[in-house]
Design a protein around this ligand. Structure first.
Ligand code: DLZ
Length: 163
């Protein structure tokens, strides 16, 4: 595969990227804050371990997962390289859960299509609090840490886009 100016494309899936220069935006929902803060910490820890400078991680808090869409849109216009949207939606007694899950996933998906910024979907959509605990540092790991890895991998894809 060649770039627009006919140079061979580099695609190293991250292994050789100098991560110090990359800037990461994280949008975090305050609903179920105990869970989302654990996801956020998992993401920050993994990003730092892999070589991202802590000063290059920009955190924007929003009220609930529904607001992750607007928060991500705002950050997508800033000088960042990748965004992680963190939320936790837990099923209640009404249909609210379905509306929020569907809006957030569709909203983030549409932003991924319309902007040149990769936005990682780190939104837990759980049936109860225990499922969220299990996935935010519990027995099924920390999905925030996994989202950080996905974000770093997307840096390589973005690099191909910019070539
Ligand atoms: C209203 C609401 C409800 C019931 N549940 C959740 C939830 O489990 N997780 C979440 O992130 N947000 C929830 N919200 C708030 C909405 O996302 C949103 O903030 C409000 O509807 C205001 O737009």
């Amino acid at each position: 595969m060649k770039s627009k100016n006919n140079k061979p494309l580099k695609f190293d899936y991250n292994n050789n990227l100098d991560l110090k220069k990359y800037k990461i935006g994280i949008v975090v929902s305050q609903w179920n804050k105990d869970i989302t803060e654990n996801l956020l910490n998992g993401a920050i820890e993994t990003l730092s371990e892999k070589g991202i400078n802590k000063e290059n991680i920009f955190i924007q808090r929003v009220p609930g997962s529904f607001e992750l869409i607007f928060g991500s849109k705002v950050l997508s216009h800033k000088e960042l390289d990748v965004i992680i949207a963190i939320g936790c939606i837990i099923k209640g007694e009404t249909d609210h859960y379905d509306y929020i899950c569907s809006s957030v996933s569709q909203g983030i998906m549409r932003l991924n299509l319309s902007s040149s910024m990769p936005i990682i979907f780190c939104v837990l959509t759980d049936h109860n609090k225990q499922q969220s605990i299990d996935r935010s540092g519990g027995k099924y790991g920390n999905k925030g840490a996994e989202s950080a890895i996905a974000a770093l991998q997307m840096l390589s894809v973005k690099m191909v886009q910019d070539q």
